[in-house]
Design a binder for this molecule. Structure first.
Ligand SMILES: [Zn+2]
Length: 480
């Protein structure tokens, strides 16, 4: 339920109809993101790294999902108690008691099957101690152990191939005392420590990292490996840089993640870039450098209020993403710009208390996107986008005569480049990957546009484009 609040307040454009701001107000002096890129390598001027396979990345981000528990039903009373006096009681005046306690596995399967059929990939949160109802690695009161096991198995075996799993901190409601596993006591003024905001203020990277570490370990206990995390609400504000350092440390220490990433920000302004940020890069010549990739969403949750109690009308929701003539909508705007287009919802909202309304809106959006763009886009998990951007930003590219040398701290499939001709040279590339694996020939493709497969290249005016599976470490591309 981070949705709107901490996210929309970070943007310059208002989100009419979604102003459920539960986060902390952004000071005007605060940057949109932490912007601490760190080290960057030299990259030859005559080379441009393009999108993966020459396709625009598209991804679907799902927040507030977990096993079985409907976070809409269980979070609402806790949010209402914590924020009614400061944020306005009317905001929480929804009949949560009447909403189902469960989002059934049958819905996870139905959703996942549609996505598989359409090629959709993305991120699916699994909150480890959802709204303090129960621990996914112990027991979930209200459900049997075998129901919990089955639900975890569904996520692990059915969802994970196409979806990154993220923790969304520990409970998504109360801040947990890591020593006792119990929610922190109320503050002296009667208010609560909530994960959505406030707790991180003044905390060190180590303290924030320990909190994320705790969440990750619960997912590790049930064999759900993660390469990233999602912040609930304003978690991490205003310690945005410490969130990145602590998050990187936690992902490395629990899962030894090569390319750590996270999701926190929403970027909805037409003039704002949705490019992933490779942050805090350090030691890029080393075997495993430090860095973390911040991947923003290009929409808020535009399906209606996060809890799914009253979805917005279908035609409005769908058109806001992509209109029937494929000419307008935020997804169109971002894809046409050639930047990654990640869009967002919350799992209780997708379920919409079993009415199916937002699932229908989602299906319509996906079908329009796929029909409009076909192979101009590529559905990717956030971890795949993170890996590509890490390689794009952190690979040293040196050109000397007919040879180009790459020093890549991480490998990336579908690494796609445009190489300008120098002095009108005739280029026929082949890849000599490392010193041991020998030379790999490349196949010329004669279509002037469209995606490239790995191992293909084509001529452009005064340039060539090519696509390789970039190996980690040093590799050489020969241009004749
Ligand atoms: Zn959330």
């Amino acid at each position: 339920m981070h949705r709107v609040n901490r996210r929309t307040f970070l943007t310059t454009t208002g989100l009419a109809g979604i102003g459920v701001g539960l986060g902390l107000p952004r000071l005007s002096s605060e940057p949109l993101f932490p912007v601490v890129p760190g080290e960057r390598p030299k990259q030859a001027n005559s080379v441009t790294v393009l999108n993966p396979y020459g396709q625009v990345p598209v991804s679907f981000i799902i927040d507030d999902s977990t096993t079985l528990v409907n976070m809409g039903h269980f979070c609402l009373p806790q949010f209402a108690e914590a924020w009614s006096s400061t944020k306005g009681a009317e905001r929480f005046d929804v009949p949560w008691q009447t909403w189902p306690k469960e989002i059934p596995d049958s819905f996870v399967r139905e959703f996942g099957e549609f996505c598989r059929e359409q090629g959709v990939k993305g991120k699916y949160s699994v909150v480890p101690y959802p709204a303090c109802v129960g621990w996914i690695d112990r027991s979930m009161p209200g459900w049997s152990r075998s129901q919990l096991r089955d639900s975890l198995k569904l996520v692990r075996e059915f969802m994970m191939p196409d979806w990154d799993i993220h923790p969304e901190m520990i409970s998504h409601t109360r801040v947990i005392d890591l020593k006792t596993g119990r929610p922190l006591p109320q503050k002296s003024d009667g208010s609560y420590w909530m994960e959505n905001g406030g707790w991180c203020e003044g905390k060190s990277a180590d303290e924030i990292g320990a909190y994320i570490d705790y969440a990750l370990r619960i997912l590790k206990n049930v064999d759900l490996p993660c390469e990233g995390f999602t912040t609930p609400g304003g978690f991490g504000n205003p310690a945005m840089e410490n969130l990145e350092i602590g998050g990187m440390q936690a992902l490395r220490s629990v899962f030894n993640v090569e390319v750590p990433h996270y999701f926190k920000y929403v970027v909805t302004g037409s003039d704002e870039s949705t490019l992933p940020r490779v942050e805090l890069a350090k030691g890029i010549d080393r075997e495993s450098p430090d860095f973390i990739v911040n991947i923003p969403s290009c929409t808020g949750d535009w399906f209606g209020p996060w809890h799914g109690g009253n979805p917005d009308p279908m035609n409005e929701v769908v058109d806001r993403h992509i209109t029937a003539d494929f000419k307008q909508g935020r997804m169109v705007e971002v894809i046409e710009k050639g930047e990654p287009a990640c869009f967002l919802t919350h799992w209780p909202n997708m379920y919409a208390n079993g009415t199916g309304q937002n699932f229908k809106s989602f299906q319509a959006i996906v079908k329009r996107i796929n029909e409009a763009y076909g192979d101009r886009i590529r559905w990717m998990k956030l971890s795949e986008i993170a890996r590509y951007w890490a390689a794009k930003e952190l690979t040293a590219i040196e050109r000397s005569g007919k040879a180009m040398t790459f020093k890549a701290p991480v490998g990336a499939p579908g690494f796609t480049l445009e190489i300008d001709a120098v002095d009108g040279d005739e280029m026929r590339p082949h890849l000599a990957a490392g010193s041991s694996s020998g030379s790999i020939g490349m196949k010329e493709r004669y279509q002037v546009s469209g995606p490239l497969s790995s191992g293909e290249w084509r001529r452009k005016e005064q340039a060539i484009e090519l696509c390789i599976d970039l190996p980690k470490g040093t590799s050489v591309l020969e241009l004749s």
